[in-house]
Design a protein. Structure first.
Length: 381
């Protein structure tokens, strides 16, 4: 099998020749700059110059030499959004930039990541203010400049191709432009405003899907969709509130993807944390792939998830504990964790090996190598 055939087989819950591997295919399966540089040095590959695909998270676009050496099955395509190449400003010793959504991002001196510093709708808001806001053009040809040639090349090479979205999920984006605290209160006290914001992001995403399908539909198999609905111990909103406000919008988005893009096409959905109470709801909305499979969160046991949902979902991630073991464990502990996760999630297909979210800056190269070695040893079915 080539890489795309391998991915498609496992997404169809068939057992491919070997377990597929994703590193750097999206904003949630990547590696940060300094960890990447250390990995490249350990592999004997020249890392410089480093190309960032996401300045906010300091995520790298891995070079082709590393991807081929590690036999990675995916290739990511990122639209030309602001966080891919922002114009940085320095204020009081801090880097900052404002994105196309009016959100100000700031990175304190010595910090790795950018955080939200200002939200455009943090004060008084009205439906008319939402309508009148200068929203970005989600169908702009400039978003896709250079992407068709890149996608064509990766397709001809036999890789599975994932397209990044124009923005985060509808819930997350509403929190960003309104402020998380304010939007949470809106859901309870001002649901008309909350629904207006959610609906606006659905509208924008549908425009993006349409434009992406017209330009790249023949090449890509996945678009990364996302909405982090939970923390480590519990959901951020109740399951009932998810079902009332968010679930119908997710269903509309995922059904649109399936209609707009030629088959085979699969809905990839990233949602962190303790989401076990609504995984069944995700399936009902049309989700095919669940990422990152945060097995350290409450209620997220690997064997239970595989038993309950393995016939309906492909688990894309969960390959190693990135909170504790990958950054702080020994290489042997990393190997053992990888072996356990593969044994639990890989049988009968429906599993793409990736870390639980991005490889962070504090992960030593020897632990990344231990992860890769353990995976390669168990990769064959």
């Amino acid at each position: 099998m080539n890489s795309r055939e391998r991915i498609l087989a496992t997404l169809n819950h068939e057992q491919p020749d070997r377990i597929p591997f994703d590193l750097g295919g999206s904003y949630v399966t990547g590696i940060t700059k300094n960890a990447y540089i250390r990995l490249a040095e350990a592999l004997g590959i020249e890392a410089e110059p480093v190309t960032l695909c996401d300045v906010v998270q300091q995520l790298v676009e891995p070079c082709e030499e590393i991807l081929q050496q590690l036999e990675v099955d995916t290739r990511g395509i990122v639209p030309n959004i602001v966080r891919k190449h922002p114009i940085l400003d320095i204020r009081d010793g801090q880097q900052q930039f404002r994105d196309e959504w009016g959100v100000l991002w700031r990175r304190p001196s010595g910090a790795l990541y950018f955080d939200v510093a200002e939200s455009p709708f943090s004060e008084h808001i009205s439906k008319q203010a939402i309508v009148d806001f200068d929203w970005p053009d989600a169908a702009s040809p400039s978003l896709f400049d250079g992407l068709e040639q890149k996608a064509h090349l990766h397709y001809e090479q036999g890789y599975a191709i994932m397209l990044e979205n124009i923005c985060a999920g509808i819930f997350e984006m509403s929190c960003r432009v309104r402020g998380t605290e304010q939007f949470m209160m809106d859901l309870v006290m001002n649901p008309d405003i909350a629904c207006e914001l959610l609906g606006k992001f659905v509208e924008i995403k549908l425009q993006y899907y349409q434009a992406a399908a017209e330009r790249l539909g023949g090449y890509i198999q996945l678009i990364r969709e996302v909405d982090d609905m939970a923390g480590q111990q519990s959901m951020l909103i109740s399951p009932e509130m998810y079902r009332q406000f968010i679930k119908p919008q997710h269903k509309q988005l995922f059904e649109a993807q399936k209609k707009l893009f030629p088959q085979p096409f699969y809905t990839f959905f990233h949602s962190d944390g303790a989401i076990s109470d609504i995984i069944g709801d995700f399936i009902e909305t049309g989700v095919d792939i669940l990422n990152p499979v945060q097995l350290t969160a409450k209620g997220m046991d690997a064997q239970t998830l595989k038993h309950q949902f393995g016939k309906h979902l492909t688990f894309w991630g969960g390959g190693v504990n990135t909170q504790h073991i990958l950054p702080h464990g020994t290489p042997q502990q990393v190997r053992q964790n990888v072996q356990e996760r593969i044994a639990q999630l890989a049988p009968n297909g429906g599993f793409v090996f990736a870390t639980v979210h991005n490889i962070q800056d504090d992960v030593p190269a020897e632990n990344i190598l231990a992860m890769i070695e353990a995976f390669q040893e168990m990769r064959q079915y």
